[in-house]
Design a protein around this ligand. Structure first.
Ligand code: G1P
Length: 290
């Protein structure tokens, strides 16, 4: 395939968020805040920082708050203007002018693979990025940019990976690969949420992918797998029969905000980076909390 720049990103956001019930009963899990910023904003900002200018968010029932969030808010804007809160006004306006966002609805939550397939018509025949809202990644070079840079060099689908502790192996897609360059692997095995015995290694996939459009046909061939859902991991396994798929041990720190402890850790670390919060939070933690 000819060298191509990644211009489009798919952000699946149709999941039910059962791990965060009851909060997610009437609110999308992607809107849960890390202090004052909804998780989905970090993900959208990461895509933009990688030069992506066309974002497709896959939504479902009960996800209207995501569309409202990235839309203009005339009443709020005029209220902030009247009250001379200009800095906040700029921030609010920036959110709605960040990038071109398109929404596609997944009518039934049939899994991550099925959600990505919904973007086929919009993505067309070009490679694209997938960013999962559960993962927040702090990195000097945004994680998805690390992957798009590698795609430009190798023209291969590529997934971010990291070592995971034993007790988390059954929560992720797990791979085994052969190192072909520093931190870059050709994937030889991939399995969604294996038991510790089945896991091919301790290297787990993180929610950042660059995929060639061949993945769409692979998703169509994929039968329901783990959790009886159409898994992206299973489609990637089929893709590996047709073309090489790479993994990259990315540089940065990942928070699995789809997990309660990961979510709390993200909030603590982000608070420690805010000048107006840091001192008090450090004092509180040193005192040992409750
Ligand atoms: C999804 C993927 C899994 C991947 C994980 C990364 O799982 O199915 O392969 O390792 O994201 O966060 P989920 O978190 O949706 O259960």
């Amino acid at each position: 395939m000819a060298e191509q720049r990644i211009r489009k990103a798919v952000i699946p956001a149709a999941g039910l968020g059962t791990r965060f019930l009851p909060a997610t009963k009437s609110m999308p899990k992607e809107m849960l805040p890390i202090i004052d910023t909804p998780i989905i904003q970090f993900v959208v900002e990461e895509a933009i920082a990688a030069g992506i200018d066309d974002i497709i968010i896959i939504t479902g029932r009960g996800k209207k708050a995501i569309e409202d969030y990235f839309d203009t808010s005339p009443e709020l804007e005029s209220h902030l203007f009247k009250n001379k809160k200009y800095a906040l006004l700029r921030e609010i306006k920036d959110i709605s002018t960040l990038v071109d966002i398109h929404y596609i609805r997944q009518k039934e939550p049939k899994g991550l693979g099925d959600a990505v397939l919904k973007a086929e018509k919009h993505v067309g025949n070009e490679p694209f990025a997938v960013l999962l809202g559960d993962d927040i990644i702090k990195a000097e070079i945004p994680c998805i940019k690390q992957l798009t840079n590698l795609f430009e060099r190798y023209s291969k689908s590529i997934i971010a990976v990291e070592e995971v502790p034993k007790e988390k192996v059954s929560s992720y897609g797990m791979i085994k690969g052969r190192e072909i360059a520093e931190s870059i692997y050709r994937i030889e095995e991939i399995i969604e949420k294996p038991s510790l015995e089945e896991a091919p290694s301790n290297i787990g996939t993180v929610g950042r992918y660059v995929l060639t459009p061949a993945i769409f046909d692979c998703i169509k061939e994929t039968k329901p797998g783990s959790g009886t859902e159409i898994q992206l991991t299973d489609a990637i396994k089929l893709l590996m029969e047709k073309e090489d798929v790479f993994a990259y041990s990315f540089k940065g720190k990942r928070y699995d905000a789809g997990d309660k402890t990961g979510y709390v850790k993200a909030i603590i670390d982000f608070a420690l980076e805010k000048e107006d919060l840091k001192a008090e939070i450090v004092r509180y933690l040193q005192e040992g909390g409750i």
